[in-house]
Design a protein around this ligand. Structure first.
Ligand code: G1P
Ligand code: ZN
Length: 543
């Protein structure tokens, strides 16, 4: 087996976004495209010779091919060992768990998360550092810089390595170790949650449905929910991972997880419904005929954390991304612990968790997690809820309504406008920026603008500064509208409009969020001139 050094030229578009490099599959299939990016990673991270790397992905189309390339390049770049999930599978939280448990130098996670897969779909690659979390911006920037000047990559000439049987295979001077992708993760979950209590809940007739959306959590959910917790077989639906996710959009929200939503809102509905995304880091939580917003979910879990074994000592602090509602802030204030507001993207939570400043983190985009790993974690959130339900013996809806009665309700919704022409979307954001001087103090309907700014964040641990993280328009009553362009899409631009109003009055807690937020929604359309600029006034997805 010989190492080949292959000449190449840079691609200009290898800048990692909110969560790694995401492109259409066909972009990754271009000669040298994946190789350039992988070499840029290896050239930037400074792994000592003989280091161990973790590699796995969500099983989407091109996962296996990409892994073979990465293994051969790792061997040619001096790695000593690669831990790879059987069949090339590792959910994103499981990859984080494996990196931490076996203290590998870092990991490469192959996923485009909730984006559709298949030959015409999306693919993605991201690098995680030794704490198990997504590389921070200084690392992703170094990778991007390297990708702009790369002239060659190294790859071993070898036959493909078998990935379907657990065991070790030599590859050049390196060892490929195929590991069970589920067991380390499932064992970690058993250390955090009271499986006995959840088992008893399920044995008592509590019924649940978990929708794996034909994506990576299928084998994890079957092992944990059906095997270890004893839920009846069939509690996990769409549990076989498919390379194209059954042609679906593996995003656990009310729009894309409609199959589950129909069950949970239908006749003879189960007590609990949940779904996870393509790579297993997102979660949606439903009670019978009741949707829990991710922002509320974070707040409820925080308020109930000490009822759960892994968190019984209490929380060090909470962190939420800026567009996430302030529901968690109210819980943090009541608990007397800090609440940090970070930019969008899980990578901003890593330093806070490493420094022991926060235990729970969450994003409005169906992401919740804790310091047990350094990624958000879909099944973890499901198990946390089940543990709380087992202890409290109340319905999901009753728990959330009680929470609102105590803390007030942060009425919340996000409106996504997908597939906008890039230029129109950029112009729209510029227009809002240009309105900054005139907005504060102005009266818009019954709302008065208190401030508007472009969110920037100084990491309290390492002092790094991230600017341009989304426009905030705050009103005097504490309501707000936030505007951002997505950093994960691969087609055109996606405008996200985040809407939030605080409602302390219990008699108004039953209102549908879209009704309660109607005036704010109208104001957002007015301020952005959305219709005139894009021809659209109806969002593609409402969550
Ligand atoms: C989206 C979410 C963000 C999340 C990211 C990765 O990013 O909004 O909260 O961290 O996906 O799952 P965006 O497309 O908004 O840049
Ligand atoms: Zn994901």
């Amino acid at each position: 087996m010989t190492v080949r050094t292959v000449s190449t030229t840079p691609f200009a578009d290898q800048k990692p976004g909110t969560s790694g490099l995401r492109k259409k599959v066909i972009a990754f299939q271009k000669p040298h495209y994946l190789e350039n990016f992988v070499q840029s990673i290896f050239d930037s991270i400074g792994a000592p010779a003989g280091s161990t790397l973790t590699v796995g992905g969500d099983g989407r189309y091109y996962n296996r091919e990409a892994i073979q390339i990465i293994l051969k390049m790792a061997a040619a770049n001096g790695f000593g060992r690669v831990l790879v999930g059987q069949g090339g599978i590792l959910s994103t939280p499981a990859a984080s768990c494996v990196i931490r448990k076996y203290q590998t130098f870092g990991g490469i996670v192959l996923s485009a998360s909730h984006n559709p897969g298949g030959p015409d779909g999306d693919f993605g690659i991201k690098y995680n550092i030794g704490n198990g979390g997504p590389a921070p911006e200084k690392v992703t920037e170094a990778i991007f810089d390297r990708s702009k000047t790369i002239t060659a990559y190294r790859i071993l000439e070898a036959v493909d390595v078998g990935l379907d049987v657990v065991g070790e295979t030599p590859l050049g001077g390196m060892v490929v170790q195929v590991i069970d992708p589920v067991s380390d993760y499932a064992d970690l979950m058993e250390t955090l949650f009271d499986f006995g209590a959840i088992r008893a809940l399920l044995a008592g007739g509590f019924r649940l449905k978990f929708d794996a959306m034909h994506a990576v959590t299928g084998p994890y959910a079957k092992e944990i929910i059906e095997q270890r917790l004893g839920a009846p077989v069939g509690s996990v639906m769409n549990g076989v991972p498919l390379t194209d996710f059954g042609n679906g959009h593996p995003d656990p929200n009310l729009t894309y997880a409609h199959e589950l939503v129909e069950i949970v809102y239908g006749d003879n509905a189960p007590d609990f419904g949940a779904a996870s995304d393509g790579d297993g880091d997102r979660n949606m939580i439903l009670g019978r005929g009741f949707f829990v917003t991710p922002s509320d979910s974070l707040a409820v879990l925080a308020a109930n954390a000490t009822r759960v074994p892994g968190y019984k000592a209490g929380l060090a602090g909470i962190a939420r991304s800026m567009p996430t509602s302030a529901a968690a802030d109210r819980v943090a204030a009541a608990l007397g612990i800090p609440c940090y507001e970070t930019p969008t993207g899980w990578k901003f939570f890593g330093n806070l968790m490493d420094a022991g400043r926060v235990t729970l983190c969450g994003e409005e985009s169906f992401g919740t997690g804790s310091d047990h790993v350094r990624e958000k974690d879909g099944l973890w959130a499901v198990l946390f809820w089940l543990n709380v339900l087992a202890v409290r013996d109340q319905s999901v809806e009753a728990i959330v309504r009680e929470h609102w009665a105590k803390f007030g309700r942060n009425v919340y919704s996000r409106h996504d406008y997908e597939g906008l022409p890039l230029e129109a979307a950029n112009e729209l954001m510029k227009h809002v920026h240009d309105s900054f001087p005139s907005l504060p103090g102005s009266q818009l309907g019954s709302y008065q603008v208190q401030f508007c700014d472009d969110f920037s964040y100084t990491d309290p641990v390492d002092g790094s500064v991230s600017t341009g993280q989304g426009v905030r328009i705050g009103f005097t009553d504490g309501s707000r509208v936030v505007l951002r362009l997505s950093g994960t899409g691969t087609e055109g631009a996606t405008l996200r409009i985040y809407l939030e109003a605080y409602e302390p009055d219990v008699s108004r807690h039953h209102l549908d969020a879209q009704v309660a937020l109607a005036e704010l929604i109208g104001l957002a359309l007015q301020v952005t001139e959305l219709k005139a600029r894009t021809g659209r006034d109806q969002p593609t997805v409402i969550t």
